[in-house]
Design a protein around this ligand. Structure first.
Ligand code: ZN
Ligand code: ZN
Ligand code: ZN
Length: 161
């Protein structure tokens, strides 16, 4: 765990980002602006839907819930999701073909998801050491990594009890 990162991570998936949706969106917007980009209405709305969703969400669930944004078409959603992934605010879980808001945008990390075979819940691990190891090992292989999502299958705390 990084020195600057002192809060408690007793639970595997305790997010480091604010739990409050509006506070999270404010931080996300600041991050986007720092990168010289713009948090458009559709990007913000998609991120809000992901934050409010209990688990990973499929693109068509997002599309169905974009009320008041009647002009939103699938390509618009996918563009917004691509942007949010590039900025690290959202991860895609390929094996579930679904998206989640990232709880660890405040520090460098690799997205490591613990996906339960029984309840299909996906928790993002606070994975700082993994990120450093992956960076080192991919560099040693002469590979320039841009991003990584690691999907770990098994049984969650609740289901293996
Ligand atoms: Zn993340
Ligand atoms: Zn489970
Ligand atoms: Zn974290």
């Amino acid at each position: 765990m990084a020195q600057s990162h002192t809060h408690d991570h007793a639970s595997a998936n305790t997010p480091c980002a604010p739990q409050d949706v509006d506070a999270f969106l404010a931080e996300a917007e600041a991050l986007v602006v720092r990168k010289g980009q713009r948090m458009t209405r559709i990007r913000r709305k998609v991120l809000r839907l992901l934050l409010e969703n209990e688990g990973p969400a499929k693109a068509y669930d997002l599309l169905a819930n974009l009320d008041g944004e009647g002009a939103a078409k699938p390509p618009t959603i996918y563009r917004a999701l691509d942007f949010l992934q590039e900025t690290g605010l959202v991860h895609k879980i390929e094996s579930l073909n679904a998206y989640v808001a990232c709880g660890h945008t405040s520090h460098n990390h690799s997205a490591v998801f613990l996906i339960c075979d029984i309840c299909q819940n996906a928790e993002e691990l606070h994975a700082v050491a993994t990120s450093q190891a992956l960076k080192k090992e991919t560099e040693a292989a002469g590979f320039q990594m841009t991003r990584a999502v690691i999907e770990v299958r098994g049984r969650c705390r609740r289901c293996h009890a």
